[in-house]
Design a protein around this ligand. Sequence first.
Ligand SMILES: [Zn+2]
Length: 219
Amino acid sequence: MFIGHYAPAFIGKRIAKTVPLWVLFAAVQLVDIAWGVFIATGVEHVRIIEGFTASNSLDLYDMPWTHSLVMALVWSLGAGLVWAALARRDKTLGGIVVGAAVFSHWLTDLIVHVPDLLLYPGSDIKFGFGLWNNFPVAMGLELTIFLGSMAIYLTGTRARGGFGRVWPFIATALLLGLFYLGMTTPPPDDIAVAGYSAVVMYGVICAIAAGFDLTREAK
Ligand SMILES: [Zn+2]
């Protein structure tokens, strides 16, 4: 999944108001940020096969350390504990929401991936409902949960100034633009370039989320 991953971040921000939205944006993509580094450094592997699913050409045949169920739980637990240790307020609630945000990545990937999500590294058991093979439904689902969750976030926050009123529109345009580019740009031939550019893109998206933190506050 792509843009739909941010839906749990928007919902999480309504639940744990002291966790910055950009932290939740990083949390929901934590295993994909690691995946970008891991495919660039050869720890995990991906093949580009034109038309592999109706939605993209990624054959994600080897990503046990970032996308197996057991490892997703380990990343979630680790991130939740790190947040609970670092946060000044609401340590328990913040830690639970950050951990849940990290784990939401696996659940949202489960819907769209073909069976390439292992139970644990080395396991023969694979999960994935394969919705990417139905392009209109997959894209409709991504957009619906993204826009719906942003509406839930916006109704729970208010603008600090004029910029806080326009930022949701600018951010939506930027995020949908990046989503469109991601869907239409063929992946680079060099896997290291693909991995690191994914990491850079997640950084840009976190900066867009930080724009919400700077310009809006909880009601
Ligand atoms: Zn993923």
